[in-house]
Design a protein around this ligand. Structure first.
Ligand code: ZN
Length: 237
């Protein structure tokens, strides 16, 4: 066995048993163990680690731990060698309990897959295959070997969950509100009033100018009071 001393910071402490919170504690590790394995054994999914220091130096999660190592773990976001999200505009897959959050992400223009029939292995495979960030409140799901990018969502209410993701993943610069279908995630297409006039109630036809159509599920969206309320909601994020 090897002994290493661990100190976790910030939101990571919520995943720990009380004895490991708020201070550095010695942990008995297997003789040959990676930082990732031991961090997860203590309850923290590897996706939540933003910066890992071993004996004061930045280290990768694959780092083998040795006798007497001092391990300090900071949450994402933190500048450091551990990449927590794929390059470019983030894309997501949400687990079965985060349907309301998935809708809000689509509202903000983020490609977000959600189907409450997805089983855990399928979710993890999908996230890996398509380089999507897996969103869940199930830490065991994030510990699955296939998962490269993931976020444990701490907040319970959908608005607070969206705010949490905006903060952690710097989503503001990537947002494109009303560019995706809230129902099926497909990119929306602008259509003219003439093209859709016969499908609209007279009041909508008279009062609105901008219309968007989903080419996949054929849902129609227009800039009404509901749309404005969503825009205000997103502005608050
Ligand atoms: Zn659609």
């Amino acid at each position: 066995m090897t002994q290493a001393r661990f100190r976790f910071h910030g939101t990571l402490e919520r995943f720990l048993a009380p004895a490991h919170r708020g201070r550095a504690t010695w942990v008995e590790c297997a003789a040959v163990v990676s930082a990732k394995h031991q961090i997860e054994a203590l309850g923290v999914p590897h996706t939540e680690v933003g910066l890992l220091l071993v004996n004061g130096e930045p280290a990768e999660l694959t780092r083998r731990l040795g006798e007497g190592d001092e391990v300090v773990v900071h949450p994402a976001p933190a500048s450091g060698p551990i990449r927590n999200q794929p390059p470019g505009r983030p894309r997501f897959v949400a687990d079965a309990h985060l349907g309301a959050l998935a809708r809000r992400l689509r509202m903000a223009g983020f490609d977000t897959l959600y189907d409450n029939a997805y089983a855990d292995p399928a979710l993890a495979d999908l996230a890996r295959r398509e380089e999507r960030i897996l969103l869940t409140r199930d830490r065991e799901l994030l510990k699955r070997r296939q998962v490269v990018y993931g976020c444990y969502v701490h907040a319970l209410r959908p608005e607070a969950q969206l705010h949490e993701l905006y903060e952690r993943l710097a989503l503001r610069t990537w947002a494109a509100p009303f560019s995706r279908c809230l129902a099926c995630n497909s990119p929306l297409q602008a259509v003219t009033l003439e093209e859709v006039a016969e499908r609209l109630p007279p009041r909508v036809r008279e009062r609105h100018l901008r219309f968007l159509n989903c080419p996949l599920c054929d849902k129609l969206f227009w800039e009404g009071s509901h749309w404005r309320a969503m825009r205000e909601r997103l502005a608050l994020v």
